[in-house]
Design a binder for this molecule. Sequence first.
Ligand SMILES: [Zn+2]
Length: 53
Amino acid sequence: MAKFIIVKCKCGNEQKVFGAPAMSVKCRVCNELLATATGGKAALSGKYVKDAE
Ligand SMILES: [Zn+2]
């Protein structure tokens, strides 16, 4: 169930994010919050682009 997804930040950076992260994930370029840990599926702050391999 847990998998990686590509999330696009408002700065334009596309970043691979674990679909069920244990910790919140921030953009590696601008430090904007991209996904919040919920204990399950990530709550995305960035824009979902596609599933990643
Ligand atoms: Zn960014």
